[in-house]
Design a protein around this ligand. Sequence first.
Ligand code: SME
Length: 150
Amino acid sequence: MAFKNLKTKITDLVENSSKVEDTLLHICTLLKSEVSYYDWVGFYFKNGNKNELKLGPYAGTPTDHTIIPFGKGICGQVAVSNKNFVVPDVQAQDNYIACSITVKSEIVIPIFVNGENVGQIDIDSNTLDPFSKKDEDFLEFICTKVATLL
Ligand code: SME
């Protein structure tokens, strides 16, 4: 499904959301099934007042990394940088937490509520260098929508 149609579908899911966790899971499964190179899709959120991320809803292989300290891995770096992080080749990254040996690339986009970085969407791909500015724009759109639920 094209990003344009997925945006419409996700807007609809968010506007008709009754339980946040269910809606987030639905977004993960939708993205994983509709975008060929999205192989693991999940949300991480700041864990209370701790300087760490906690895994939220996700679609894909279960990961051991349910808690990630701020600064660690791609996700932990986004928690402190407040910036998108696109990794075309995970093997070229020193500060990277491997979840699966099949993963070749990753994109992490922060979620802001009232200007505060409260979490992120994290996508792993088994394809090398698959992400473009279009993915960033698309995922920023989703993060803005998700923020309205939080
Ligand atoms: N690779 C991430 C860890 C999370 S897994 O991709 C699910 C990282 O380096 O932060």
